[in-house]
Design a protein around this ligand. Sequence first.
Ligand SMILES: CC(C)(COP(=O)(O)OP(=O)(O)OC[C@H]1O[C@@H](n2cnc3c(N)ncnc32)[C@H](O)[C@@H]1OP(=O)(O)O)[C@@H](O)C(=O)NCCC(=O)NCCS
Length: 178
Amino acid sequence: MANSRGKDFRVGDANPCIRIRPATEADVSAINSIYNYYVANSTCTYQTEAETDAARLEWLKNHGTQYPVTIAEDGGQVVGWASVSMFRPREAYRPTVENAVYVRHDLLGRGIGKMLMIDLIERTRKAGFHSIMAVISAEQEASVRLHERLGFEKVAHLRQVGRKFDSWLDVVYMQLML
Ligand SMILES: CC(C)(COP(=O)(O)OP(=O)(O)OC[C@H]1O[C@@H](n2cnc3c(N)ncnc32)[C@H](O)[C@@H]1OP(=O)(O)O)[C@@H](O)C(=O)NCCC(=O)NCCS
């Protein structure tokens, strides 16, 4: 059900009402609090040191109005976020973006990631981009599955390009043409 301030989605008893909206500077520490859990505990990000709020604020400002950054909110609490960013800095890559999506670690498997991504894809399409690349650590089954479900196709598999928690990590590239 839509309201005037954003989109409401009903996803069952555990998440009675999630709203997706653009991120603001006031969301920076909530974004980092969700993200830094994964920095410390997961191979889904190859970052190994916690993101600072100053760096996240700079990141958000650099996205400006061109690259969507969104928040999933449940009863005023931030429960997830998603973004698209420049894929690579050279000018000719400009039609392509790379996405990120992070759900609070204690709220996984309730449809929040899918809601964020459906909304993000629509915003990215409206912004005029040509395709979205998802760069995913190959063993991250939830992420691979989520992107597959939304029409992303695997276009590359890079072997042992990362190392975290004393393990070699493969990366898959998945792409959605818009
Ligand atoms: C990947 C992530 C965003 C998915 O969000 P979520 O809210 O837990 O997922 P959803 O409940 O929306 O499920 C989306 C799809 O993924 C599947 N899925 C979810 N968790 C899964 C798991 N652990 N294993 C396999 N598939 C899984 C669901 O079954 C669903 O597919 P379906 O429609 O066929 O049932 C979430 O797990 C997350 O934040 N992970 C850490 C960060 C990350 O890996 N981000 C992606 C890279 S940027």
